[in-house]
Design a protein around this ligand. Structure first.
Ligand code: NAD
Ligand code: DAU
Length: 332
């Protein structure tokens, strides 16, 4: 059994990971989460108290982090400011958490010699043209576009430097767009699902031709556990499930699955610097570590996600009005 610290474990992907760990292993999990607007205690509700403990605090709090690192052998680092649109509005928290926060964890990892896995994003590679036959691999040069993705790129480079300079035992994974339960309503898929539930028309940025490479959050979790078990320290693994879809196709699929006309959506102002396409080649993770995604049918996964938002209105309803007011102020 491992004693695991999961930063950002009350957020979307972190909480999915904690549920996955409880279900599939006997590890004990301490969650360190600041409970920003994106963190939610309710995402951990129902988990056994003898397996999961929540510590509310900041990953940039060096004394707290030092204390917690002394009590665990493995750290999985999900905590971040994660939303591109917010980073265009106010980049500062992205620097504080994604860069200084990651630096704080690396210094503690160095002192305590714990195994660290750093969660990152495919956005560090910039974007691809729609007709580019190439996909991102572990060798693709970094070329981030937004304040969010540039701070994630910075955090990845810090991890690499701490591995090389100080021998920190770390791995990195860069994953594509996740969907599933517990995702904040600011993000594309939950925003559109909850719009339809509320009788609001879905909102598509620009022409809606941008492509994202969707993976179910549970498949992301199984990939991270695989890297923790079999990955090589100092290495990077790309995580993806061959799920490329245009935003327009996703909105039309949501409308169709929710019994609405497939064209009942609005085009709104585009995102500044909007990346056109992400696409992951996860050959390394599959061939070297033997990982396979389980959610191969995106529309079935989307249907289950729609059901989750219908069944769990109390989880998201408190955030919805504020998010829509923010978007409305930007013409989105
Ligand atoms: P999220 O915004 O849903 O959750 C982030 C969590 O981190 C929240 O619980 C928040 O309270 C916590 N947090 C923020 N600042 C903190 C701080 N200073 N100290 C402690 N906790 C803090 O994000 P997410 O979508 O679950 O993303 C999690 C990680 O996965 C991020 O590192 C992100 O870059 C990465 N990632 C996300 C996706 C995606 O599709 N969402 C894809 C690839 C990688
Ligand atoms: O690729 C991984 C990244 O995926 C993660 O690193 C980020 O943390 C995560 O937020 C996500 O970034 P995106 O910017 O791709 O996700 P978002 O849900 O914000 O938007 C997905 C696409 O949908 C993007 O092309 C913008 C578009 N969009 C978004 C919203 C909120 C719309 O068309 N309408 C909307 O209302």
């Amino acid at each position: 059994m491992a004693r695991m610290l999961v930063t950002g474990g009350a957020g979307f992907i972190g909480s999915n990971f904690v549920h996955h760990v409880v279900e599939h292993t006997d590890h004990h999990v301490t969650v360190l989460d600041k409970l920003t607007y994106a963190g939610n205690r309710a995402s951990l509700a129902g988990l056994p108290e003898d397996r999961v403990e929540l510590v509310v605090g900041d990953i940039a709090d060096a004394a707290l982090v030092d204390d917690l690192f002394g009590r665990v052998d493995t750290v999985v680092h999900y905590a971040a400011e994660s939303h591109n649109d917010n980073s265009l509005d106010d980049p500062r928290p992205f620097l504080d958490t994604n860069v200084v926060g990651t630096y704080t964890l690396l210094e503690a990892a160095r002192r305590h010699d714990v195994r660290l896995h750093h969660i990152s994003t495919d956005e560090v590679y910039g974007d691809l043209e729609l007709d580019d036959p190439e996909r991102f691999t572990e060798r693709t040069p970094y070329n981030p576009s937004s304040p969010y993705s540039s701070t994630k790129a910075a955090s990845d480079l810090l991890v690499r430097a701490w591995v090389r300079s100080f021998g920190v035992r770390a791995t990195i994974s860069n994953c594509s767009n996740n969907y599933g339960p517990y995702q904040h309503v600011e993000k594309f898929i939950p925003r559109q699902i909850t719009n339809v539930i509320r009788g609001i028309r879905p909102k598509l940025y620009g022409a809606g031709e941008n492509v994202r490479d969707w993976i179910h959050a549970d498949d992301h979790s199984s990939a991270v556990l695989t890297i923790l078990e079999k990955g090589e320290v100092g290495e990077t693994y790309l995580i993806g499930a061959d799920g490329e879809e245009s935003n327009r196709d996703v909105v039309e699929a949501i409308l169709g699955l929710m019994g609405e006309p497939r064209d009942a959506y609005d085009h709104v102002a585009d995102r500044a610097g909007h990346d056109m396409r992400y696409a992951i080649d996860s050959t390394r993770l599959r061939t070297e570590l033997g990982w396979r995604p389980q959610f191969s049918d995106f529309r079935a996964g989307l249907e289950a996600t729609i059901r989750w938002y219908r069944d769990n209105e109390s989880w998201w309803v408190g955030a919805k009005d504020g998010v829509e007011a923010f978007y409305a102020s930007k013409g989105q």
